[in-house]
Each structure stands twice: as structure tokens, then as C-alpha cells.
Design a protein around this ligand. Structure first.
Ligand code: SF4
Length: 329
């Protein structure tokens, strides 16, 4: 039984053009201690899926229209509000791409940390709370933590702000940490440090991690298994090794061809996937990738390809994956 089991999750948003389905029948399973990658371009529904799991969809425009979110045998969508709050925040925590939007710019770091701490651990006295804040900042590698507690967010670098967010997420060591593009806004060396920090904390605490990113290199580094999302649907699911050695969906192949390789013939120009992700109010019928797919045929517009594993291969949502595989062999 997975620790977190997202079943047939659909999310829609009210827009000026009417209701749009942003996440369509998504299934994700996460086991204890594992790292699950969710990869796809901006706007593919990966962050919305995470917000739905956390109960943080913007209200009233965002609504879960279908599905179940089962955490530790408990359907979070069917439980009482208090119990849901207890799980989200204590047992499932999330860190975001831009910590500046999650931190209060006019409050010192110490005050923000202590408020989160009081919310989750009201039994701690003033001195104990202060000591715990210092410990949390040290744990995430912030030097001179006593002094940093007096700083405002703008006085910290982007990497340090992200470390503060990670410290907040660890107030209660969660069973699941959802990391939504936590390194995108950082420069490369700081990115590597933050990824290493998440990995070390995961090892120390035995957390499971859902890592959401557009960056396949990050997935290769961190994840055990990957879900590739496109336009609100999961189109391929595999172990990292399988996905990189044998991608089955044309979209995944396009993503992999668009990253530089060290071995083999060096290209002067990287491949790109033609066209753009369709907007949600103009979603093509059938396969949502068909307007960008060089292999599309009539069936692709008439029938939604189902994500399923066939003939010993890993799950993929493409009508023609087998013939494409044969062509490539
Ligand atoms: Fe391309 Fe058709 Fe497969 Fe979609 S179902 S990825 S359009 S071949």
C-alpha cells in the first residue's frame, strides 16, 4: 500500500472563458522514503497537482472535481477539516520555487520561524522555542543562526531564503516533503547545495519526497521513479533508469533530445519540441500532445490514449508507442 495514493485526480479552474480542466485524471503513488519525480513544462499541471494534495488550491476558482487523495490509508478529501489540517503541514509539507513569496518581507526570520513553531508545537516555552529555531537553521546549514534570526528576508541570499523555507517545512519532520521547483530561482552552485541538502535530510529523516521540476537533470540526480506530465495528464511513468534509457512517449523523447549530452556526436543546436503547450481553453481532443507530435494520426484526435503498461513495457499514454519503438530499433 503506497504512503500517498492520488487516484484519478481532476482539478478545474473558473476563468473568464468558463471552467477549464487543468488536471485530468492524474494518478500518483508514493512509497515511504522514496523520491518521486514529476516532470513537465510550465503549465502542465504539476504544481496544481501538488497544491491540490496540500489543500492549497486558490479559492474559490480552483476545485477538485474528481478523485481521491489517500494518505496513510485515509482519504484526505473525505476527512474532517481539523484532521486534514493535521495531516497537511505536519505529515505532508511543501516548499516552493520562490521563498520570497512564502516569507513575510516585513517580519524578521526569527519571528516567522517562531510563529510556525508555536502553531505546530504549542508546548514549547519561549527559551525552548528560540533554541529550536537556532537548531533548525543550523540543521539546514545556515551559519551564525542566532544572528540570522534577526534578519529580514531581503537581507538573506536566495539560497539562504530557500534554506529557511526548508527549515520551516521540517518543524515537524514530515512523512512527505513536496518540493515544487525549489532550485529554479537559484544559480547553479546554490542549486546543487540545496539539492544535496534535501537529499541529506531525506536520508536522515526517512521522508518521502515528491520533486516537481521541468529539469530532467535534477530528476536524474534525485528521483527513483518519474511521472512525465503534459497538459494536465500523466503521459509516461517509469523508473529513472528506464525513462532515460527507453523513453516511450514522443513528448518524453522530445524532452530528452532537448538536453545536452556529454557522449556521442556534439550538436551545434539542440532539438526542440515544435509548437507550444496548448492553453487550457483550447485543448485538442483526444491526445493533448497531438498538435506538436510528428507521429500523430487520425485516431490521436478521436480517442484519448490511456496511461497503461502493455507487453512488459512501463506505462505510457500513446496509441502508437509500440510502432514508434520498432521504428527506432
Ligand atoms: Fe503522438 Fe498520437 Fe501518441 Fe499522442 S497518441 S503522442 S499524437 S502518436
Amino acid at each position: 500500500m503506497p504512503l500517498l495514493d492520488v487516484r484519478d485526480l481532476s482539478v478545474s479552474f473558473d476563468t473568464d472563458e468558463g471552467k477549464v480542466d487543468v488536471v485530468d485524471q492524474v494518478n500518483l503513488q508514493l512509497d515511504r522514503g522514496e523520491t518521486l519525480g514529476v516532470v513537465g513544462e510550465s503549465g502542465c499541471g504539476k504544481s496544481v497537482t501538488a497544491l491540490a494534495i496540500m489543500g492549497l488550491l486558490p479559492k474559490p476558482s480552483g476545485q477538485i472535481t474528481n478523485g481521491q487523495i489517500i494518505f496513510d490509508n485515509q482519504d484526505l478529501l473525505a476527512t474532517e477539516l481539523d484532521e486534514r489540517r493535521n495531516v497537511r503541514g505536519r505529515k505532508i509539507s511543501m516548499i516552493f520555487q520562490e521563498p520570497m513569496t512564502a516569507l513575510n518581507p516585513v517580519q524578521r526570520i526569527g519571528k516567522q520561524l517562531i510563529e510556525s513553531l508555536r502553531l505546530h508545537r504549542p508546548e514549547l516555552g519561549k527559551d525552548e522555542g528560540h533554541r529550536e529555531c537556532v537548531r533548525l537553521l543550523s540543521q539546514v546549514g545556515i551559519s551564525e543562526p542566532e544572528r540570522r534570526l534577526q534578519d529580514y528576508p531581503h537581507q538573506l541570499s536566495g539560497g539562504m531564503r530557500q534554506r529557511v523555507m526548508i527549515a520551516m517545512a521540517l518543524i515537524h519532520v514530515p512523512d512527505v516533503l513536496i518540493a515544487d521547483e525549489p532550485t529554479t530561482a537559484l544559480d547553479v552552485t546554490i542549486q546543487a547545495q540545496i539539492l544535496e541538502l534535501i537529499s541529506d535530510l531525506q536520508e536522515q529523516n526517512g521522508m518521502a519526497v515528491i520533486f516537481i521540476t521541468h529539469d530532467l537533470a535534477v530528476i536524474a540526480e534525485l528521483a527513483d521513479r518519474v511521472n512525465v506530465m503534459y497538459a494536465g495528464r500523466v503521459v509516461e511513468r517509469a523508473s529513472v533508469a528506464e525513462l532515460f534509457s527507453s523513453p516511450l512517449h514522443p513528448y518524453t523523447q522530445g524532452l530528452l533530445n532537448s538536453i545536452p549530452k556529454l557522449e556521442g556526436i556534439h550538436k551545434t543546436q539542440l532539438d526542440t519540441i515544435p509548437g507550444l503547450v496548448p492553453s487550457y481553453d483550447e485543448m485538442p481532443s483526444g491526445c493533448r500532445f497531438r498538435n506538436r507530435c510528428t507521429y500523430a494520426k487520425a485516431l490521436c484526435g478521436n480517442k484519448v490514449p490511456i496511461l497503461e503498461a502493455r507487453d512488459g513495457a512501463h506505462p505510457v499514454a500513446c496509441h502508437y508507442w509500440q510502432s514508434l519503438l520498432e521504428q527506432r530499433a
